[in-house]
Each structure stands twice: as C-alpha cells, then as structure tokens.
Write a new protein. Structure first.
Length: 151
C-alpha cells in the first residue's frame, strides 16, 4: 500500500507499508551507502562520518551536481531529517518510521524551503514526485527481502 500526500510541488510526501520489524527497516534506511540501490535518482551517496546528528555526507544524483548534506534532526529508530543547501534555501528530506499492527510504515517527506521554493518545486519537485512511487516500492521490496545479520 502506497499513499502519496500531494501538498504542493515544493512539499510532498509518500508513505508505504513494509512487512518487516521497525529495527530492520531502520537499519536499511540509515545505510546511506545503499540508498542508490533503491533510490532511482541517485548514482552514489555516502557519509563522511558515522550516522549521527550533524553528520555530513554527499549525494551524487544521476542528473545534476554533487550535493553536500547534513543530518539536522535524529530520533534513533524513528526518524531523521537531512538538509541539502540550495540557493536561498534548502532541500529538506525527512524519513520517518512508525510501527502499528506488526507493520512498519515508512514516510518520505520532501520539502524545498526559502525564497525560491516555488521555482525549485516546479523545476525539481515534479521529477521527484514522479519518481517517488518507484523509489518507495524499491525500498519496500529491498527491505522485505533484507535479512538481519546473525550475531
């Protein structure tokens, strides 16, 4: 089940149910080097340090320049937000998990901020929105076949 929340071209989100325990989904969601496996818009992604609040990293999209990002909010096991500097604002992506009735729900919330948010919403937001259902479905499939490492 995929639910798209269409607010504006500059702020939108999608939620998908994943049939895996929250801890396993969190592990995959925070493995930034594997984002390119399920995010069809990325060529590469990596962190410069351990996954933590204020950690920095790099995104290399399939189209466009290399982008630096930082983790601006973190609730371990539940959600994180990362920001990418844009001219006169940010691209802010919040990824959150919720667990209900033995199902983990993953929400990907995308927002452009600042004076040019409407422009970036039109120029970039439409493409992000168009790819979001595939990205979410890719994540779901990968998570549901992902095996927890044995200790």
């Amino acid at each position: 089940m995929l639910k798209i929340n269409q607010q504006k071209n500059y702020h939108f989100s999608a939620t998908i149910a994943v049939d895996k325990p929250l801890a396993e989904v969190w592990e995959l969601l925070t493995d930034i080097s594997r984002w390119k496996v399920w995010d069809t818009e990325l060529k590469e992604s990596y962190l410069n340090e351990a996954f933590a609040l204020e950690a920095t990293g790099v995104l290399i999209p399939k189209k466009g320049p290399k982008l630096k990002f930082f983790i601006s909010e973190l609730i371990p096991g539940q959600s994180y937000t990362f920001n990418t500097k844009m001219p006169v604002g940010y691209l802010v992506i919040k990824r959150a998990l919720a667990y209900q009735d033995q199902v983990t729900y993953f929400t990907d919330d995308v927002q452009f901020t600042g004076a040019l948010k409407h422009v970036f919403g039109v120029v970039l937001g439409r493409g992000f929105q168009a790819s979001l259902p595939e990205v979410m479905e890719n994540f779901k499939q990968l998570a549901e076949q992902h095996k927890q490492p044995t200790p």
